[in-house]
Design a protein around this ligand. Structure first.
Ligand SMILES: [Ca+2]
Ligand SMILES: [Ca+2]
Length: 217
């Protein structure tokens, strides 16, 4: 490849971190190093481990996502409740409003360096269709029940266009999308049914990508 970021000589660098990252993303060793240095700057440090974490709202200004309509949802998906009790964040009888509100409440969540790199890895231009499709499924599954249902699609649309512009037309588009892709007719989409929708979207790969900053150190 050449030209990409590299690990400087004499760098404090734990190669085992890269061994983990390269099994999950297509980042090179130099890119992994650059991303870990970027993450350590949020901690006001020069170095960090994959386990180090920051409060999720601190990443709202990340250049890659700060103008993304799903910014808070992306950060929510890759973060954990600070209390460590994931069950406490399960929303009972979810509505579009409660699901969006949960995503906006990032001050009670924490994101590790590992998840930060996974997050950018999914949106990396080199990520494969399957990598992006799995990430998209997780991102759009607002209710976290491993199925995409009409409330997930409604929430997605409302987040993209703003809740107050959410119209009956968009709602019927949501219903229609679900109906068309729901092969077994159980009113919810599993990963396979969902991937079929994405395959029909010619711009999915491009839309689910952004360029990532790799400063040199
Ligand atoms: Ca769901
Ligand atoms: Ca189905």
């Amino acid at each position: 490849m050449g030209g990409g970021p590299s690990v400087p000589k004499n760098a404090t660098w734990h190669r085992h971190a890269y061994e983990v990252i390269r099994q999950e993303t297509l980042f090179t060793e130099g890119e992994t190093y650059a991303l870990m240095r970027r993450f350590s700057s949020f901690l006001d440090k020069n170095h960090c481990t994959l386990e180090d974490s920051v409060r999720a709202d601190k990443l709202r200004e990340l250049p890659e996502i700060k103008n993304h309509p799903l910014r808070d949802r992306i950060l929510y998906t890759y973060s954990m409740p600070i209390s460590g009790d994931a069950k406490a964040s399960v929303i009972k009888n979810p509505t579009v409003q409660t699901l969006i509100k949960a995503c906006e409440n990032l001050t009670v969540r924490t994101i590790t360096c590992h998840e930060f790199i996974r997050m950018l890895g999914a949106f990396h231009r080199r990520a494969t269709f399957d990598m992006k499709a799995s990430a998209a499924f997780r991102l759009y599954d607002f209710t976290a029940d491993d199925f995409i249902t009409v409330v997930d699609i409604r929430t997605l649309f409302a987040m993209m266009v703003g809740q107050n512009v959410m119209t009956y037309e968009l709602d019927s588009v949501a219903q229609q999308m679900l109906k068309e892709a729901d092969v077994d007719g159980n009113n919810e989409l599993n990963q396979e049914e969902f991937k079929r929708i994405l395959k029909r979207m010619p711009d999915f790969m491009a839309k689910f990508s952004f360029s990532i900053e790799f400063p040199s150190y």
